[in-house]
Structures are given as C-alpha cells and as structure tokens.
Design a protein around this ligand. Sequence first.
Ligand SMILES: Nc1ncnc2c1ncn2[C@@H]1O[C@H](COP(=O)(O)OP(=O)(O)O)[C@@H](O)[C@H]1O
Ligand SMILES: [Mg+2]
Length: 268
Amino acid sequence: MGWMLLSVIFTAIIIFSFSWTVLALIRQRKLSEMKSDFVNNMTHELRTPVSAISLASEMLLKPMVLSNREKVEKYASLIFDQNNRMRSLVEHVLQVSAFDRHEYRLNLAEVDVHEMIDDLVASFRLIVEDRGGSITLKTEADRSLLVGDRLYLTNILSSVIDNAEKYSPAKPQIVISTRSSEHGIYIIVSDNGVGMTASQRKLIFQKFYRVPTGNKHNIKGYGLGLYNAQVLAKAHGGSLTVTSELGRGSTFSLYLPYGESRNSDYIS
Ligand SMILES: Nc1ncnc2c1ncn2[C@@H]1O[C@H](COP(=O)(O)OP(=O)(O)O)[C@@H](O)[C@H]1O
Ligand SMILES: [Mg+2]
C-alpha cells in the first residue's frame, strides 16, 4: 500500500514537472515571437524616417535648393518632423527598459485632471473629427486635483485615447468621463471600435502584445503603450483596467488616488 502511494506521488510529481516545463517553453516561445514581431515592426518604422531624412538633407546640400528659401523650409521641416517621429519611438523603447529596471522617478506635483484632459482632447479632436467622429466630454468629478506626475499621467491618457481612435475603424465615437470616489478619481474612456475577446483582453497589458489582425488592417504600433500605461498607473497607486466586447467597443478605466498632499487648499 505504502509503495503504491509513493509511486502515485512520484508519478504526479513527474507529470507536474513535465507540464510545467512544456508550459514554460510555450510561454518563452510566445514571448520570443512577440519580440521578433516588435523588432520587425521597429525596423520598418525606423526605415521610413531614416530614408526621408537622408533624402531631405541631400536635397538641402544642393546649391539650387539652398538658394530657394521655400524649398529650404520644406526640407528642414520634413527633417524636423521625421526626427520627432524617431525620437518618440526611441523614447517609448527607453521608457520600457527603464520600467523593467525600476529606474524611473515620479515628479510629483499638483495636477488638475480636468485641465489635463482638456489639453489632450484639443489635439485628438482634430484627428477624430477629421475622420467624421467625435469626442464627448463628461467631466463630472467634483474634485479634479490630485498629486501625480503630470507628464506620465498625460502619457497614460494619451495612449488610451490614441488607441480608442486607432482601433475604431468606423467614425470614432469616443466618450471621456470622470467621476469622483472617496479616495480618488476615475477617468473612463470608451469607444465604439473593434473591441476584443475575453482572452485578448487579458493580454493587452503585456509588453509587446498586439491583437493579431492578419493583414486586414495595418495599424501601426509596438504593443508597448498599454504596458507602459499600466505600470505608470500602478506607480501612482492607481489602476488601469478594461471591459470590452468584440465588435462593439472597449472601455478603459483609469483610477488615480488623490495622492498624499491633503492640504487645506482644497478641502471642499
Ligand atoms: N481601444 C481599443 N480597442 C480595441 N483594441 C485595443 C484598444 N486598445 C488597445 N487594443 C489592443 O491592445 C493592443 C495593445 O495596445 P498598446 O499597448 O497600446 O499597443 P499598440 O497600440 O502599439 O499596438 C493593441 O495592439 C490592440 O490590439
Ligand atoms: Mg497603443
């Protein structure tokens, strides 16, 4: 009887270790696939600005062009724009590696969330309205001041709003609302876009993950925006979550606590 029990335990251990190893291998492979997708994507993304800059600067060196002020301006601004594009890509990647090594610091200051949303929406509205869509604001929180890193908070929201626009193939109808709770503020961004399945929903905050679309629509991205956004939300003591329905749209909910500075300035 004793040896039977022992052999059952032993077999169980072997089966367990085997499955564990297989699972680990699958996970590794998934990650390496995602990484190679990312590298391909990035190489592709870098190639365009690099060749554009090279062509534009070559043009700038021509005496014919140099003497024409309008052309000089055209090529200089092209170089400027393409360089900005590259810089934002590089910053994205650097940010991820800084997060991985926990090498980042929050520059805490008082931030007015409603003001921040207004600023952001002003720039996104142009893109969305150009596509025949709309952004509706329902800033209903009765307290919008909190302590946080303004730049990082802007990054989080900007990633979420950017996605709402990118992943809405029809006219994007984006609604941004805020709501106060006892210890913090909820910022909710909903769209009428492609949505996602429950299993995709669980993966979108992972580094490099992008919902596979085949070659149907070619939407640019690196799968890093939401990873960064969630790390930053947590660093603020908050959270970033999603609910979504495939084909119907998605709703992202960012919760941010008011933060430590509870001074008398804004006791309501
Ligand atoms: N609002 C949304 N609607 C549908 N899918 C989304 C939405 N936001 C994110 N996703 C999915 O989650 C993935 C990861 O998002 P993100 O980290 O921002 O990376 P990226 O936008 O660069 O692909 C996206 O590739 C997309 O498949
Ligand atoms: Mg994104």
